[in-house]
Design a protein around this ligand. Structure first.
Ligand SMILES: [Zn+2]
Length: 86
């Protein structure tokens, strides 16, 4: 496995973790009965909600499920050589 491919997989895992984290924030920062955020009490939608929604959208494009984590060979740059022993 080339170094670039392993970085792609590592980044996909990082992106998936970011999506999971921000999905949890989105779930926490929902509207309460008074029109405010039930988590932070600010006017809803609060800054954290809007930020985390954006982050979910942003990282979702790279967050692959484990079984899909093998990158498309056409996306692997052929001029990037794997790091060898020498
Ligand atoms: Zn909030």
């Amino acid at each position: 496995m080339g170094v670039y491919e392993s970085q792609v997989v590592a980044f996909a895992r990082y992106a998936a973790a970011q999506v999971a984290y921000h999905e949890r924030v989105v779930a926490q920062h929902q509207i309460d009965g008074t029109g405010c955020c039930r988590s932070c009490g600010r006017v809803w939608p609060c800054d954290q909600l809007q930020h985390s929604r954006g982050m979910v959208d942003h990282f979702s494009q790279w967050a692959l499920a484990e079984k899909q984590a093998i990158p498309d060979p056409e996306l692997v740059r052929p001029y990037v050589e794997p790091v060898g022993d020498g």
